[in-house]
Ligand binder design. Sequence first.
Ligand code: FES
Ligand SMILES: [Fe+2]
Length: 384
Amino acid sequence: MAKDLDTTDLAPVRQPLETANGLPNAHYIDDAVFQEEKHAILFDSWTGLAVASDVPEARDAKPIEFLGVPLLLIRSREGEVRVFQNICRHRGMILVDAPRKIEGAIRCPYHSWCYSTAGKLVSTPHVGGPGHNTHEAIKKDDLGLTEIASYIWRDIVFVNISGTAEPFEVVNADLMDRWKEFDQPHHHGGEDSRFDLDVQTNWKLAVENYSESYHLPWVHPGLNSYSRLEDHYHIDEKGKFSGQGTLVYRQLTDDAGQTLPDFTELSEFWNEGAEYITVFPNVLMGAQRDHAFAIILEPKSTQQTIEHVHLYYASATIDQGLRIKNATLWKEVFEEDIFVVEGMQKGRHAPHFNGGRFSPAMDGPTHCFHDWVATKIETHRAAE
Ligand code: FES
Ligand SMILES: [Fe+2]
């Protein structure tokens, strides 16, 4: 189903909500468009890659292949988390093939060039011939690991693979300001507070579904029983972010009536309020008085996405029973969404579908995301 990219018409997507269509089918099922979006959206933006908690201690390293790009997430000896291309500057061998602690230096398994945990090239055995570990043409200072621009916000490691984006704090200034009350330690709940969902859908459908509350009565009857459709409001900041909020957040309690500890000094809104916002392009975040979550969407193909879910708390010492109960509840909710995102993916193979029509009253956040995607693609096409 290869399609000439020039025929992917995004003008209907850019129309006002009342008259707009959704993104055309090719953006969900066409490999060439997936490649175009990879560059225009996922490489050119600040895209969620991993969590800093994946490398909790100094010298922890984790290789991550993201959209085919070999990356290395590493916490240096000094404690700083950074991302590098996971390849040797000599002839491009993969350096680290499994998560591990770096003892000494990162040694390339091919000819043993060695790099520090801060990415500096430190030794080049026999590079000048047997017994000669230097050569005037090989300047170590110029041959450190290639760093990928990264920014950590609330433990999420965002990367800008192309290196062309404005600084993260500029791009996401409004969202960071909106949630600045939560600029306080977020403690990852550990192994029982992370899980993956392998979903047969295009990554954008997961964003579209997450951003709107319209589906709650039918897809999440449990949630809807106490936080109704009319308790929700839309968040659609054109060109920036989208999502939804509720005015009726109910805290988790265990059988003994125990609740999770709150983040400190929150304003009154958060007593009952909660917000669910997508950091464009691929990180679904939730903010609540007593815990937070993030879902990093890893696009695998036009129709496969891994959802990496992480739960965070205000304290490092949360009762394990509460943590497990909370993770179980959220897993149920996120699993409830799977049949719709997989169903819409199948629907995108219908040849006589024009991207659909939005409810002017209910689909503002989803349209906001489509408009952002279309803008990024148009900008990329204009630069070609
Ligand atoms: S490729 Fe790494 S040392 Fe040769
Ligand atoms: Fe949902």
